[in-house]
Design a protein around this ligand. Structure first.
Ligand code: ADP
Ligand code: MG
Length: 374
């Protein structure tokens, strides 16, 4: 559960907090032409430090609910940050998992992964089927699992399971449930059934993205898994639990990627929705209850019933260790941090894990710190 380090309530649990985890991907030589080594490193399971650009003899130390270092496996991320919230969606509660961070930092790896290293999405879907199949017949409920898959691009809600559809409206019913009339909801009976619908839709999205210049990193991809359970006997009560799995648009400073025409419009939409998300997460995680500004963007509006309130939410902030991501990492960490602290000690001198070698070390892409960099 979310722990708050420096909140006045001293770490007591509030239902509505968003658990914040950070995942640092491995250092990749090909992302670092200058061979400067990493500028950020983990300290323990909740803390990391990044070199302070204002003063290289200082680092800035950040605290989170969880920190997943570069050695963390897909399985470990899933077990610690996602699996614990899944049982709730069988009981009519909602949940959401987001991957946040700059393009190239590992959001899609975390959410989708590969065949060899499946990410949160395939693991969560498998687990939901496991949980439903393990339910005791005698409990007296029938379960139906459905999926929807959509994209928010330029503040438009697009159905990825029905690619020809237009911008869909977002509505709220009298019980404050968020609905998207017209959105495809496909019943799925097994993981392979899920895959059959999910894979082509994801491929479509990626193909479109290469044509449209990295559109996939400039839109939010949102998978919705809905579990509806119905009592077998009268009064046939029905409960719906929703799980949102979200691969967010890149959080990098989009002004750098282009400031004309379509790029400018995209940047505006991304900034708007990520800023709205940050305000919502801040409002939910702050000790003083205030208005939560869900209506400021399509993304937050859509997630309103699954982020805060009685919902269970996790934000996984993905970061990259190379210097070229430095400012985007800094921004992402400030978005995610529970607290931060400037520590007055040099960043590079401390690493003893590997000897200091010449900067360019082919075939050692997964090494941690060690090379001089300041
Ligand atoms: P994003 O979706 O945030 O733009 P990607 O998930 O596409 O980033 O990751 C960028 C690159 O880094 C990809 O080549 C990906 O395979 C690799 N990568 C990301 N995270 C990890 C990780 N934890 N372990 C190994 N490789 C990773
Ligand atoms: Mg991606």
């Amino acid at each position: 559960m979310a722990q708050r380090l420096n909140a006045p309530d001293g770490g007591s649990k509030k239902n509505s907090t968003v658990r914040v985890a950070v995942r640092l991907r491995p250092y990749m030589n090909r992302q670092d032409e200058k061979g400067e080594g990493p500028c950020v490193r983990g300290l323990d399971s909740q803390n990391l430090e990044i070199i302070n650009w204002r003063n290289a003899t200082e680092t800035v130390k950040y605290h989170f609910d969880a920190f997943h270092g570069e050695q963390t496996s897909q399985q470990e991320v899933f077990l610690s940050s996602v699996k614990p919230i899944l049982p709730h969606i069988l009981n009519g509660q909602n949940a959401s998992v987001f991957a946040y961070g700059p393009t190239g930092a590992g959001k899609t790896h975390t959410m989708l992964g590969t065949r060899e290293q499946p990410g949160v999405i395939p693991r969560a879907v498998r687990e939901v089927f496991n949980l439903v199949n393990a339910k005791d017949e005698d409990e007296g409920w029938d379960y139906r699992i459905g999926m929807s898959y959509l994209e928010i691009y330029n503040e438009k809600v697009l159905d990825l399971l029905s690619p020809s559809s237009q911008d869909l409206p977002i509505r709220e019913d009298k019980d404050k449930n968020i609905l998207i009339p017209g959105l495809t909801n496909t019943t799925i009976s097994s993981f392979s059934d899920f895959d059959k619908h999910f894979v082509p839709a994801t491929l479509n999205r990626t193909t479109a993205s290469t044509k449209l210049n990295q559109r996939s990193s400039r839109s939010h991809a949102i998978l919705l898994i809905k579990v509806v359970r119905t009592q077998r006997t009268v009064p046939h009560r029905q409960q719906t639990g929703k799980l949102y799995l979200v691969d967010l648009a890149g959080s990098e400073d989009n002004r750098r990627t282009g400031n004309q025409g379509i790029r400018l419009k995209e940047s505006g939409a991304i900034n708007l929705s990520l800023f709205a998300l940050s305000k919502v997460v801040d409002a939910l995680n702050s000790a003083t209850a205030g208005r939560v500004p869900y209506r400021d963007s399509k993304l937050t509006r859509l997630l309103q019933d699954s982020l805060g309130g009685s919902a269970h939410s996790v934000m996984i902030t993905n970061i990259a260790p190379e210097y070229k991501y430095y400012f985007d990492t800094f921004t992402a960490l400030n978005f995610a941090a529970k607290s931060k602290l400037v520590v007055n000690k040099p960043f590079t001198r401390e690493t003893v894990a590997v000897p200091v070698l010449p900067a360019k070390r082919p075939r050692e892409e997964h090494e941690g710190g060690g090379s001089g960099s300041a």
